[in-house]
Design a protein around this ligand. Structure first.
Ligand code: ZN
Ligand code: MN
Length: 257
């Protein structure tokens, strides 16, 4: 029997036995989206997948394959859809993908779910997909599903943010491809971070509303919305040292593990 937490590395009898024993199933939901000239397009896949695997290892969970496409990048939280490589789903498509995955996992015995979001814009389509999936399971006579849905970046202590941003935290939406994501990538995949290409054309100065078409000069040309200068692997580790135990504590509390 494999020790892996990754569903993709399990055989079906191993998967069946673990969900029958009550293992929570983590579903990371990501995006394929520009993250500036210094980070790869897969940041929103790498980070929630890593956090999910770390938490699953602590709580005896299973990590289903990450959904690699997310809801459309928005100018004020991801730079928008215009950057080459940013490849997205419609909101209803993403919801239906999550619905189908939750439904099949439930049919095969999963009763505890953690939808772990790694891309700001996915939040409400993920709520919808989870709701539809649970509803469909109920129609199939399957009750007793408990599900958590969360953004990993919310699991951070105030004091950690104060240490990271002595001049004040700009907010998670503006943090796109900036200090948090760059530091986390330096902690988990330093081989994919081009420190010499960190731009200096931010921070973005957005109004408190959306406009279509967006004023092209409102999004920094690099696609980095705040500042990535000062990112280090150590800061990324501070974040992981909050994210992983705090999410694990919530999962244990909610599922009685
Ligand atoms: Zn991101
Ligand atoms: Mn994103």
């Amino acid at each position: 029997m494999t020790d892996s937490v990754l569903m993709a590395e399990m055989t079906w009898p191993e998967f069946e036995a673990r969900v029958a024993a009550g293992a929570p199933v983590f579903l990371p939901v990501g995006a394929t989206e520009q993250h500036g000239p210094h980070l790869p397009l897969g940041v929103d896949v790498f980070l929630p997948s890593h956090v999910a695997a770390s938490v699953a290892a602590e709580v005896g969970g299973i990590v289903a394959p990450c959904i690699p496409y997310g809801y459309k990048s928005q100018p004020r939280s991801g730079g928008g859809q215009a950057f080459p490589g940013t490849t997205s789903l419609s909101a209803h498509t993403l919801s239906l993908v999550i619905k189908d995955v939750v439904h099949d996992l439930g049919l095969h015995g999963a009763r505890r779910f953690v939808i772990l979001n790694g891309h700001f814009e996915n939040a409400w389509p993920a709520v919808e997909g989870l709701d539809l999936g649970i509803r469909e399971l109920r129609r199939d006579g399957i009750d007793g599903v408990t599900a958590l849905r969360l953004e990993y970046w919310d699991f951070v202590k105030r004091e950690t943010l104060d240490r990271l941003f002595p001049d004040g935290f700009p907010g998670t939406d503006l943090e796109h491809a900036s200090l948090l994501e760059t530091s986390l990538m330096l902690a988990i995949r330093p081989d994919l971070v081009r420190m010499d290409r960190i731009p200096n054309d931010g921070p973005a100065d957005f109004p408190t509303y959306d406009r279509t078409p967006v004023w092209p000069d409102r999004v920094p040309p690099s696609g980095v919305l705040a500042r990535a200068q000062g990112s280090t692997a150590e800061k990324g580790q501070w974040l992981l040292d909050d994210h992983v135990p705090l999410i694990a504590a919530a999962v244990r509390a909610e599922f009685g593990l």
